[in-house]
Write a protein that binds this ligand. Structure first.
Ligand SMILES: Nc1ncnc2c1ncn2[C@@H]1O[C@H](COP(=O)(O)OP(=O)(O)OP(=O)(O)O)[C@@H](O)[C@H]1O
Ligand SMILES: [Mg+2]
Length: 237
């Protein structure tokens, strides 16, 4: 079943065409990847779908519902949330308080105590609950941010560079966590680290200069000559 359906999405920032007529969909249960050079519109795509930025034209359907114009809060209520390229946690608050705050967003249908405990242990945050989030490592902060979305029980989580800035061993651990995350919800993932795309994505979309130039299984897309010439063969990936 189609989960997210984006049709003819365009966005300009002054003279910059960040997205040009992008049509894309995701299927319930799949992990959909998005790759492309810096500035090709990937974060803008997530910003618009997740209600942080308004598209100029285009339609957005999620779970059969028209979500154009919905706020991030309303989107969380229908099961769509995202993480940020530059991790966002409340640095001056404890890990526990960050989690409590995240749960407040949808207090009426939060997790029960056992479910929350299971999530905290899965993301190995149990030893860090009393620490200020700002004192955690980047990897721990990325796990905390992930948990802050999972308490909302999303149907689709959009991850903007989940391994950005992580050390190689941490990348391997994060891939394992995201592999396990597949059993919890559908995933949309932007990455420059092709290992993540190769090991996790069922399908991958390529954006170049705001346009979708390819859409297919990673094994095919990562061999695509245009994708190699304009992205993979450059220093970006
Ligand atoms: N709020 C904004 N105001 C003005 N220009 C913007 C804004 N957000 C994005 N842009 C521009 O839109 C284009 C696409 O940016 P975007 O952040 O979506 O790229 P990206 O594919 O996520 O890049 P990266 O891989 O570096 O994260 C860029 O030219 C960027 O400068
Ligand atoms: Mg980006």
């Amino acid at each position: 079943m189609r989960l997210l359906e984006v049709d003819n999405l365009s966005k300009r920032f002054g003279g910059v065409a960040a997205l040009r007529n992008v049509t894309a969909h995701s299927v319930e249960g799949e992990t959909l990847g998005m790759i492309g050079p810096n500035g090709s519109g990937k974060t803008t795509f997530v910003n618009i779908v997740s209600g942080h930025v308004k598209g100029d034209v285009g339609s957005l359907i999620f779970g059969g519902v028209d979500i154009a114009g919905m706020s991030p809060h309303q989107l969380a209520a229908v099961g769509l949330c995202r993480t940020y390229q530059a991790v966002r946690v409340f640095s001056a608050l404890s890990t526990q308080k960050n989690i409590d705050n995240a749960r407040l967003l949808l207090a009426h249908r939060g997790l029960d105590h056992a479910e929350l405990k299971e999530l905290i242990e899965w993301l190995r945050l149990d030893r860090h609950l009393d620490k200020d989030a700002g004192s955690l490592t980047l990897f721990e902060q990325r796990r905390l941010e992930l948990l802050m979305r999972l308490v909302l029980k999303p149907r689709l989580i959009m991850l903007d560079e989940p391994v950005g800035g992580l050390a190689v061993t941490e990348v391997i651990e994060m891939i394992k966590l995201l592999q396990e995350l597949k059993g919890r919800c559908s995933i949309f993932v932007i990455e420059h680290t092709m290992r993540v795309i190769r090991e996790l994505a069922n399908r991958v979309i390529v954006l170049i200069a705001g346009e979708k130039v390819a859409d297919g299984p990673p094994s095919e897309i990562l061999q695509n000559q245009q994708v190699i010439d304009e992205y993979l063969g450059t220093t970006h990936a």
